[in-house]
Design a protein around this ligand. Structure first.
Ligand code: CUA
Length: 373
């Protein structure tokens, strides 16, 4: 005798599976999951999470009901041994009541979800008083951040890879691209926003938790797209002011006759045509110390604009487009053979080139970079 398959058991199994999946929404820890959007750390990410929960619940219930009905019907009305082809099931095609029901029910559900959706879109654009403005620029393959601290229309603090913003204050991101389409995404703080050449896209984050939040470029932008990462460090409002003051300070001059001083010479011969260190022009001559948003763009027309401003390199946790943790060994590894970490484009115009440095020059330039605190 064949074992009897009971529809009620399979529906129960489905319900258990679905509730396990649904309970995934309840995770509050993001440990080991730096790119989760299920653990919001700011108002905008929370708004999106609050929308995802009811939508997922509704979809989950419908999934269970539909799958349950499919299993029930296929078991109950399966072909039996004594069935003959002469017996055709009763046809319900063209049943007016059924047609109306299964048109109206999803329409009502979708309209409800549509209202929630619209509410969330408005909530995401709600403005708070006194926002911080932060220019975000996508380059192949790293992110640049520009702060206009005195609101005179020119950036005076320029940094890369890792943005620093204050807690409990809205930051307005002005997202641009220097070359191709990138997409800015810090899942703990908000959804994705494209960086499109020739456009400025507005986006905002209002963090409520201090910490270092990870993100990654989410629009394919060429060879090293997967290595185009970024972080946002959320700090207290006081720490943010201190950080801004430090970043606005020009780089310190290394002590004479040290390895770092020798490294500074190498840096201005080999690296400074792309990388700015505030306080010097690209030949190493002293300037008034300000960051220059147009650094070298006219003399060195790289397809991808310029390289990261390195004035306070050592204040960052990561570098090389976020691919490496900032340690002395990693700096050495990067300068010696950048392509091994993050390959540059075949036209040698975008990305970090391998420089012809002797071992002494390499050690010296790393020593200099270590002074850029
Ligand atoms: Cu930038 Cu992908």
């Amino acid at each position: 005798m064949m074992r009897r398959f009971t529809p009620s058991k399979s529906v129960a199994a489905l319900a258990v599976t679905a509730s396990l999946v649904l309970s995934g929404c309840g995770f509050t820890s993001d440990e080991g999951r730096p790119l989760t959007s299920l653990s919001p750390k700011g108002d905008e990410a929370q708004d999106i999470h609050n929308l995802a929960k009811p939508v997922f619940l509704i979809a989950g219930i419908i999934f269970v009901l539909v799958q349950g009905a499919i299993i029930f019907v296929s078991v109950k009305f399966r072909r039996r041994n004594d069935d003959t082809d002469a017996l055709e099931p009763r046809q319900t095609h063209g049943n007016f009541t059924l047609e109306i029901m299964w048109t109206i029910a999803p329409a009502i559900l979708l309209a409800g979800i549509g209202v929630l959706n619209a509410q969330t879109i408005w909530a995401l654009e709600a403005d708070e008083a006194n926002p911080l403005t932060l220019e975000v620029i996508g380059h192949q393959w790293w992110w640049e951040y520009r702060y206009d601290t005195d609101s005179d229309g020119t950036a005076d603090v320029i940094t890369a890879t890792q943005a620093v913003i204050p807690i409990d204050r809205q930051t307005d991101l002005k997202i641009r691209s220097n070359d191709v389409i990138h997409s800015f995404w810090i899942p703990a703080l908000n959804g994705k926003k494209d960086a499109v050449p020739g456009r400025t896209n507005n986006w905002q984050v209002t963090p409520r938790v201090e910490g270092l939040f990870e993100g990654t470029c989410t629009e394919f932008c060429g060879l090293s797209h997967a290595l185009m990462q970024m972080q946002v460090r959320v700090v207290s409002q006081d720490d943010f002011e201190v950080w801004l003051d430090e970043q606005a300070t020009p780089a310190a001059e290394p002590e004479a006759d040290t390895l770092a001083a020798a490294g500074k010479d190498v840096f201005f011969q080999q690296c400074a045509s792309c990388h700015q260190v505030n306080g010097y022009d690209s030949s190493g001559a002293k300037t008034d110390g300000a960051a220059d948003p147009a650094y070298q763009a006219d003399v060195h027309p790289l397809l991808s604009g310029n390289a990261p401003n390195l004035t306070h390199l050592m204040s960052r946790a990561n570098f090389a487009g976020g691919a490496l943790e900032l340690t002395e060994n990693n700096l050495r590894r990067w300068v010696q053979n950048p392509a091994e970490v993050k390959p540059m484009a075949a036209d040698m115009q975008r990305g970090m080139p391998t420089l012809p440095l002797t071992n002494e020059q390499l050690e010296a330039v790393v020593a200099y970079l270590m002074t850029l605190k």
